[in-house]
Unconditional design. Structure first.
Length: 117
């Protein structure tokens, strides 16, 4: 399986925060259900003040998702959102094996070939 859910997220100038979740997918991973739920989660995240974007990639039974946030408070709002809580429960109980989430403050970024606006 190889999916790119989103293009390179358009983020504002730093500082901002990145929440990175890396996981090994379990044998019970349901790709169709995951992407359906993921679309719902993405729409809900866009309603949280301070959500800046998402990048998610899948390859060889593993995934990495990076969401970008304006503040730690925005991250906390999302962490406590009921739909996000349901998704985390499903991931922990069925879809994901070893998983780690890291929160980091982005102090600098640079890129090339980025679309304007």
């Amino acid at each position: 399986m190889s999916h790119a859910m989103n293009r390179v997220a358009a983020t504002p100038p730093p500082p901002y925060y990145a929440v990175t979740t890396t996981t090994q997918l379990s044998a019970a991973f349901d790709e169709q259900a995951y992407f359906s739920l993921g679309a719902r989660l993405y729409r809900k995240a866009q309603e949280i003040p301070g959500f800046l974007g998402l990048e998610a990639f899948f390859e060889g039974g593993a995934s990495i998702a990076v969401s970008y946030w304006a503040s730690l408070e925005a991250i906390e709002l999302w962490r406590n959102h009921p739909l996000h809580g349901q998704a985390k429960h499903l991931a922990k109980s069925a879809w994901f094996g070893p998983t780690i989430t890291r929160i980091a403050r982005v102090e600098a970024d640079y890129g090339f070939n980025l679309a304007a606006g």
